[in-house]
Design a protein around this ligand. Structure first.
Ligand code: ADE
Length: 224
């Protein structure tokens, strides 16, 4: 899979992909993440990517031309299944959206800033809009990193034990059960006896029951 991220702050997006699982996924060539500096596609002398809003009002608006130039250049070399604009008023990211996107071959993530992008970008250049939650960030970069992470970990071969993504919270519509590691007793706080039993069937049943109970208490909306 190829994930191209268009941003005016490329440095903001370096670190999230340079560690741990996301780094290894790239080394193993399971995903190719490219951070693209939008300024390189600006035509003005000062490489502007934003301008004042028509009709007045505070806040700058990201211009359509550099974004169009950039997307056109990327499309000349690749076919994209989705061109996604990160926006607080987009479709809310959840596990089902991440699952869908993990089936794409190539995607573009476009990071917004200021008051957002010229509306014509949203009307004509992108295929989808995603929000990571009902709060406003200073830009789309952190949202793009969240979306990319949620996708990359689902790609076959990225997690050591492929079933571990299947057991994630939300994959089966439930939150994950509690987990424990050694020591079996700490400060008098015991690990549930059943987990030490070695009986796989009993442990599976217990975990499922815990998931159900937790979902009822923490996320009853998931059971509706
Ligand atoms: N850009 C600013 N806030 C955002 C959010 N909540 N989700 C996605 N992109 C954003």
């Amino acid at each position: 899979m190829r994930i191209d991220i268009i941003t005016i702050h490329p440095k903001l997006l370096i670190s999230p992909f340079e560690h741990s699982i996301l780094k290894r996924a790239q080394q193993k060539k399971l995903v190719n993440v490219n951070i693209i500096n939008l300024r390189n596609y600006a035509n003005t002398k000062h490489k502007n990517t934003d301008d004042y809003a028509f009709g007045g009002g505070a806040g700058m608006v990201m211009m359509i031309e550099p974004i169009d130039n950039c997307i056109k250049a990327l499309k000349a070399d690749n076919h994209y299944d989705e061109i996604i604009y990160l926006s607080p008023d987009g479709e809310k990211l959840n596990q089902s959206v991440a699952n869908q996107l993990s089936l794409c071959k190539n995607i573009i993530l476009l990071c917004g800033h200021y008051k957002g992008v010229d509306e014509r970008v949203r009307q004509h250049l992108i295929t989808r809009e995603i929000s990571i939650g009902d709060y406003v960030l200073t830009g789309g970069e952190l949202a793009a990193a969240v979306v990319a992470d949620s996708i990359i970990r689902l790609l076959p071969g990225v997690l050591n034990d492929e079933t571990s993504a299947l057991n994630d919270s939300f994959q089966d519509g439930l939150v994950a059960p509690p987990v424990y590691t050694r020591p079996a007793e700490y400060n008098g706080w015991q690990v549930p006896e059943v987990l030490l039993s070695g009986n796989e069937k009993v442990i599976d049943d217990w975990r499922h029951q815990q998931s159900l109970n937790r979902t009822k208490i923490r996320r009853p909306d998931l059971l509706q």
